[in-house]
Every structure is written in structure tokens, then in C-alpha cells.
Design a protein around this ligand. Structure first.
Ligand SMILES: *Cc1c(COP(=O)(O)O)cnc(C)c1O
Length: 355
């Protein structure tokens, strides 16, 4: 830190994203990207015609894309908020709704960005322990008198909770925002978006980065009551009113028009998830039941850190966290069936060496 930086950031520990090697030598199963490229229509949408208009600012209201999203979810455009990746939406939400009087609670094992935003905006945060097997008991999150943030399915465990559980939490916290991060909802989970009509304290965050093969495009969105969306807009217009660029806006619309293509990919990923889980279990691995495009798994004979390093040495990248509660585990993104076969072969090789 230089001597010019504000002292209030002296203790801030920035988020560390997963490795993004630029040589593409790896089977990349470490950051939950889709193994499938964007749909053909998306390539065209980002083509020369839209590039030729880059001298003009994009629509700051993102009307066309918000309208499309509203139609897809059966809500109004006023219930839709656009962000430069859902990380930006999370940042705006922490800024808008949390402070010393409105602290936040989230699971102790969850998305690593939540504690970073709490620290960045100097919001007291409570990390609620999960139960055995990383099970989230909704009763642990009811009536805390705090804003609540829950990823559903959770990251990095893949476990999902039911819409009924979410409704129980919403009802217990009418004076606080309940943010449900549905980054992975389209791999088999049940979305709570319909509840935004009933609960004005519910904010659902979604992203184009996983199910919609657009991690490099940086597009996320929120769905909520008009009141919460207006609050987020106030923050957005005070930060960066043109947060979605023209190419991404066009690409986002083409993506939604190609929904069948992405549903098909999701089906294949879910099949590869079941296959990988089954093969790992034959090798003695314990895997948390996942409704996401990744699995959280551990091997009785090889600790998580060693497995990560041994796989990396063999050209397969997975994610491991050096934290006591989850140090035994690795998170493995589900790629194509072919990628998962490479991963499984390398695992078998490593286990042979460990005997
Ligand atoms: C990937 C992820 C996000 C962020 O995705 P963006 O690429 O910023 O849209 C948000 N929440 C969770 C739980 C994630 O895993």
C-alpha cells in the first residue's frame, strides 16, 4: 500500500479470483465457466454492425435487454436491474442496503466475495456455520435482524435449498433485505424469482457467466420489487451509469433469444455431473450432492491441496481453498464428458501413486 491510500482500506483483503492461465494448456475446471461457446446468434450480435456504433454511448437504461429479461421471468422491466457481472450487482447491493445499523449475515462456507464486500463497505458481518455435510438449515438464518445473503445453490458446495426454505427466511426478516444469489440456478435448482411479487425485501441475483456461457462478457442482473431496483439504480447512476457496454447489451439479447441452446448444454452438464460423481464414488470419493455446474468432493487418501497440485502438474486445473473447514475438499467444474474423462483418468493415476 502506498502512503497515499486511504487508511480505511489498510486491512482490506481483496478477493482472489481463480487462476486464469493465458496459455490455455489446461483442462480448465476451476472457475465454473461453461465448456460450451456462446450460441451462433451471439457471435453475430457482437459483429461489425454493432462495433461500428461504438462511437455512441449505450442506452443507460438498458431498456431492450431489461424488457427481454422481464418477459422471460414474467415480471415488469421495472423489476429488472442490469450489472457488469453479478459481482457488480453484489457490490451495489452491499453499498445500498448494508451499513453499521444494517449488518449482514451469510453462511460461513459460501462465495468468497461476500466477506470482501462487507469489509470494503465496513459492514459488520456474521458468518453462520453450516450443519454437517454443509447443509444449510433455514432456521439458522431466521429472525437474525440482519440482511441475509445466500447463494442458492451454494458455492463452493453445490448444495441447494428449497423455495419454501427461502420463503421462511423472507417472512422472518420483513425489515431486511434477503439477497439470493442464483448464479447456478439453471443447473437443476428451483428459482425463487416468482417470490419477488410477494416479498418486497427479496433481491435475486443472476448472471450470464455460467449457464449462459458469457463469463467473458460480464453481464449480471437482479430481479426484485421496484423499490429495491430504484435504490440500486440510485447507486448505479452515482457510480457508472453506462455500466453495460453496447456489445454486451446486444450479446445479452441474442443470448436470451437462444435459450434452447443453453438449456441443451445445461442438460449435458447435468449428465456429466452425475457421471463424474458416480465415477468418483467408485474411487472412494465423497461428493456433496450438487445442483450446480461443479461438484465439491474429497478423497479419503489424498488431501485437497495435494490433489489440486497433482492435477495441475498433469494439466487439469481445479479449485482448492487453504482453509481449515474446507481444506480436504476440491471444487471441480463440470465440463464436457470428454474433459471429465481426462480429469478422472488423472485422478486414477494420482491414486495409484498414493497407494
Ligand atoms: C460466479 C459467481 C458470481 C459472479 O459472477 P459474475 O461473473 O460476476 O456474473 C456470483 N455469485 C456466485 C456465487 C458465483 O459463483
Amino acid at each position: 500500500m502506498s502512503r497515499y491510500m486511504s487508511a480505511r482500506f489498510a486491512d482490506l483483503e481483496a478477493y482472489v479470483p481463480g487462476e486464469q492461465p493465458q496459455d490455455m494448456q489446461y483442462v480448465k475446471l476451476n472457475t465454473n465457466e461453461s465448456p460450451y461457446p456462446p450460441a451462433p446468434a451471439v457471435l453475430e450480435a457482437a459483429g461489425a454492425a454493432e462495433t461500428a456504433r461504438l462511437n455512441l454511448y449505450p442506452d443507460p437504461e438498458g431498456r431492450a435487454l431489461r424488457q427481454k429479461l422481464a418477459e422471460m421471468y414474467g415480471v415488469e422491466a421495472e423489476n429488472v436491474f442490469l450489472a457488469n457481472g453479478s459481482d457488480e450487482l453484489l457490490s451495489f447491493a452491499f453499498m445500498a442496503f448494508c451499513d453499521g445499523e444494517r449488518p449482514v449475515a451469510f453462511p460461513a462456507v459460501s462465495y468468497g466475495f461476500y466477506p470482501v464486500y462487507a469489509q470494503l463497505y465496513q459492514v459488520p458481518c456474521t458468518q453462520i456455520p453450516l450443519r454437517e455435510g454443509f447443509v444449510l438449515d433455514p432456521r439458522d438464518f431466521c429472525g437474525l435482524g440482519k440482511n441475509i445473503v445466500i447463494a442458492n445453490p451454494n458455492a463452493p458446495t453445490g448444495r441447494a435449498i428449497s423455495v419454501r426454505d427461502i420463503e421462511e427466511i423472507l417472512r422472518s426478516e420483513p425489515d431486511h433485505v434477503v439477497l439470493i444469489d442464483e448464479a447456478y440456478i439453471d443447473f437443476g435448482g428451483e428459482s425463487c424469482v416468482p417470490l419477488i411479487k410477494k416479498y418486497d425485501n427479496l433481491l435475486v441475483c443472476q448472471t450470464f457467466s455460467k449457464f449462459r456461457s458469457l463469463a467473458g462478457g460480464r453481464l449480471g442482473y437482479g430481479l426484485a420489487s421496484k423499490g429495491l431496483i430504484d435504490d440500486l439504480e440510485k447507486i448505479r447512476y452515482s457510480t457508472n451509469s453506462y455500466n453495460i457496454d453496447r456489445l454486451t447489451m446486444a450479446v445479452g439479447i441474442a443470448t436470451l433469444e437462444s435459450n434452447e441452446y443453453y438449456l441443451e448444454n445445461s442438460k449435458r452438464i447435468q449428465e456429466a455431473r452425475a457421471y463424474t460423481t458416480e465415477e468418483l464414488s467408485k474411487l472412494g470419493f465423497e461428493t456433496i450432492p450438487s445442483l450446480a455446474n461443479f461438484i465439491f468432493t474429497r478423497c479419503p487418501n489424498v488431501d485437497g491441496g495435494s490433489l489440486y497440485r497433482e492435477l495441475k502438474a498433469r494439466g487439469v486445473l481445479v479449485r482448492h481453498w487453504d482453509r481449515p473447514e474446507i481444506g480436504d475438499w476440491c471444487r471441480v467444474t463440470i465440463g464436457t464428458r470428454e474433459q471429465m474423462d481426462v480429469f478422472l483418468d488423472k485422478v486414477r493415476e494420482i491414486l495409484k501413486g498414493a497407494d
